[in-house]
Design a protein around this ligand. Structure first.
Ligand code: PEP
Length: 252
């Protein structure tokens, strides 16, 4: 019922020309892909060249961040309408690097989610606990506050296309992956929370896992009931490893 989604977050990697060449190679490998929805999220300046390379093929485009206003005096920011016109379908919001290094709060994340939905873009809302929070037994409390804060004042009719990514901060870029059991435990909790907020539609919302996903661990993660895909950082920067992750159920 939920189509698997594998999204590559390139973070601050690849120049526009490198990004364009990479996208062409990826498209060559994945042009017949139908089983899994594939998304790539390059830096802002590479969105247009990557979109040109991807054309109308099956790989979709995402941005890594957005401002919540449509236009105005907000030096250095990029609006939802600009991203939509650049060819984006998805936008990552509330990534732990944005929360941790740039001070993004749940209130800011909530404004961004609403602004995206208002123009028909699909948010990929990231949530997840730090190592300290996990060790103090606060994982569920933290994730609940981020989900409820990020989705405040939204209605069931608006959230069907929303994607949530559970990314334990201690697993991002560390090589330390959550076990399938650890991820499933939190992701089923997230689905219950979504059910409490929005009812039946929660069964259609995709929940991704993120944190050191690699070709070697993707299949066992995807076998869990509430893991509908992955948000992939490091392993999305090489064609070979990203394609293997996308083909997790077809022997790489
Ligand atoms: C991420 O940036 O969202 C991420 C999960 O990174 P990595 O796969 O490198 O841990």
């Amino acid at each position: 019922m939920r189509k698997p989604l594998i999204a590559g977050n390139w973070k601050m990697h690849k120049t526009p020309e490198e990004a364009r060449a990479f996208a062409s190679q990826l498209l060559e490998e994945l042009k017949e892909e139908r089983e899994v929805e594939v998304v790539v999220a390059p830096p802002f300046v590479s969105l247009l060249p990557v979109k040109e390379a991807l054309g109308d093929g099956p790989i979709k485009l995402a941005a890594q961040n957005v401002h919540w206003e449509r236009e105005g005096a907000f030096t250095g920011e990029v609006s939802p309408l600009m991203l939509r016109e650049a060819g984006c379908e998805y936008v990552i919001v509330g990534h732990s690097e944005r929360r941790g290094y740039f001070g993004e709060t749940d209130e800011v994340v909530n404004r961004k989610v609403k602004a995206l939905l208002d123009v028909g873009l699909k948010p990929i809302l990231c949530v997840g606990e730090t190592l300290k929070e996990r060790e103090e037994g606060k994982t569920f409390e933290v994730v609940e506050a981020q989900v409820k804060g990020g989705l405040k004042d939204l209605e069931a009719g608006e959230v069907k296309e929303l994607v949530v990514a559970y990314e334990p901060v201690w697993a991002i870029g560390t090589g330390r992956t959550a076990t399938p059991h650890q991820a499933q435990e939190v992701q089923s909790f997230i689905r219950k929370l979504l059910g409490g907020l929005f009812g039946e539609v929660a069964r259609e919302i995709r929940i991704l896992y993120g944190g050191s996903v690699k070709p070697e661990n993707i299949a066992e993660l995807m076998a869990e009931e509430d893991i509908d895909g992955a948000l992939v950082g490091g392993a999305s920067l090489k064609v070979d490893s990203f394609v293997k992750i996308v083909r997790y159920n077809r022997g790489g």
